[in-house]
Design a protein around this ligand. Structure first.
Ligand code: IMP
Ligand code: MG
Length: 179
């Protein structure tokens, strides 16, 4: 059965904001090379859109961890599913996320990756849900949009692996969410 999805942030607005974030990052990293770390699978779309707008040299790598099973509630336990291919020691890295919710995933990643001694490590997310934060030590350097406590899909984000490909940020109508 198809869920009903309400548009929260239209495609045009998402694209316009990614233009701005990319311009800001390009200014901030002028003269440097930035190593983008994409957190699979949700961040693939945002990272591609962001990377193609950056005017500084970039390299990229991918890793995967999971904190959610099916449904919309975090289990709070983060598991490394796929590590990066390359070392990050001495490099300027930026973790690219689709959305930061409790901060569980980020707290785990910042500790894991920080121990590998990158020259610098920043965090960029398309969406941030600050009201849901459990790990207050997680600070985000670049944010596309702050949203309220809603479960969203599209722009890489899924509900039971569906809707990642929607070009806008949408909300599944509550009566349609079956846990
Ligand atoms: P956190 O560890 O609680 O911060 O959650 C991080 C991960 O949970 C994100 O990278 C997403 O993959 C997923 N997630 C959190 N909120 C949502 C949502 O509203 N829609 C889809 N996925 C979400
Ligand atoms: Mg994610």
């Amino acid at each position: 059965m198809r869920d009903r999805i309400r548009i929260l942030i239209p495609e045009m607005e998402v694209n316009r904001r990614i233009d701005e974030v990319a311009a800001q990052i390009s200014r901030d990293y002028q003269g440097k090379e930035l190593h983008l770390l994409c957190i699979l699978k949700g961040s693939v779309f945002f990272m591609s859109e962001l990377a193609r707008r950056l005017t500084i040299p970039v390299t990229m790598d991918f890793m995967s961890c999971s904190s959610y099973g099916s449904g919309t509630v975090s289990k709070g336990i983060v598991r490394l599913v796929k590590d990066l291919d390359d070392p990050i020691e001495g490099r300027d890295v930026m973790i690219i996320e689709d959305i930061i919710d409790s901060g569980n995933t980020m707290a785990y990643l910042l500790k894991l990756l920080g121990a590998r001694n990158p020259a610098s490590m920043k965090l960029c997310t398309l969406l941030d849900k600050p009201s849901r934060r459990v790990h207050h030590e997680v600070t985000v350097d670049y944010v596309g949009f702050q949203i309220e406590d809603l479960f969203v899909v599209g722009c890489g984000m899924d509900y039971n692996q569906r809707y990642r490909n929607l070009p806008y940020v949408g909300v599944i109508e509550p009566e349609d969410i079956r846990k």
